[in-house]
Design a binder for this molecule. Sequence first.
Ligand SMILES: [Zn+2]
Length: 163
Amino acid sequence: MNPDVHERACRLIDAWHVEGIAAVEREWLEAHLAECAACRARARANERTLQVLRSNTLIVDPALVSTTQARVRWRARELRENQARLRALWISCGLSWLLGILTAPLLWEAFAWLGRRFDISQAIWIMAFAMCWVAPATLVGAVVAWRQSHAASVGNDPKAWER
Ligand SMILES: [Zn+2]
């Protein structure tokens, strides 16, 4: 068959559903489609595409859907865990401060007594007291820093959401 014939058919197929074609051209096209499988396939593909566009139906890959759902669930779980972690952090900070304030006078007395008992210079036992007093807060800070770096490394793991 003459390639110009198929080219004309293609042009008419494209125009058919968009701008419409004359009755004579339509008759000619239908006759051609009846005997040409390639142009018939093209016409069917055009029709399907237009149907999808008109119905506004998006065909989404099911794998993409489940991947997205898994990511959303993972992120929600991460946010819940972060919230719980933050609450625990505030509670431990509060307790640490309360304990520090309540024990400060006793600790001070104990260090002063040790200083007198073992004849240690005042500067040294005061420094030892200060180090002892800030130790819990330092420990909590270190734990928080470690957990954050741990969380960041899990967050950077591209496969973490699959777990
Ligand atoms: Zn053809």
